[in-house]
Design a protein around this ligand. Sequence first.
Ligand code: G3H
Length: 255
Amino acid sequence: PYFEELRGFRDLEMKLKQTFDLERVIITPGDSDTDPWVKDELGKRAVSFLQSQLNIKQTVAVTGGTSMAAVAKMMAPTDLGKGSMFVPARGGLGERVENQANTICAEMANKMKGDYRLLYVPDPLSEETYHSIIEEPGVKETLHIIKQADIVMHGIGDAFTMAKRRKAETNVLENLKSGKAISEAFGYYFDQNGQIVHKVRTVGMQLEDLSHIKTVVAIAGGNSKAKAIESYFRQGKSNVLITDEGAAKALIKDL
Ligand code: G3H
């Protein structure tokens, strides 16, 4: 039965790869909605994938969220990241400190003996602050490194779950409702066709920057995230998906 399960996953991986035109899909058994340890397994798979890519010095940009926090948590100390640089992909997005990109980025760099730069910016930023803060030398240096990322690792969330978790203002929630937002990634909210409904104003990577980056890895699992994953990948901005059985089976059913 174990091998049958593995073969089943291989078929599922193939189907998802073709549907969303991805370079790689990795599925881990279980459903992280019902079994929290599955999120740790997702994290482990993401760590192995990242380590397989770090044969030369690389710049790795990471987002926040509980899935990315699981990646950092599951990383065993190694020196594979020596010479590599870790940066947060974008400024804070209203997350608790343990789920912020800065925290995750520093933990990953420390565990892998890499270097890191952080972004200290308030969020969300007013238009005025945005324009002055990007001129600050310290921020400018980090932004420059972010734009040169070789690898990006990010989560994908359900739009309303994320907006509520980040305590979005009423007008933002209304905007998301009228725009029929389904998914969230990088502080961008998308509808079911992958069109942008709303964007949190903060510094760092912008969605269009992803097209210049060689490896963009999405880490998202759980049956409840299937619609969000599908919505995000409708406009295909990432080329690797690391997910779980719960999300993968629901995704296939949806198609
Ligand atoms: O940035 C957050 C992600 O979009 C989703 O967060 O991994 O906690 O579900 P999560």
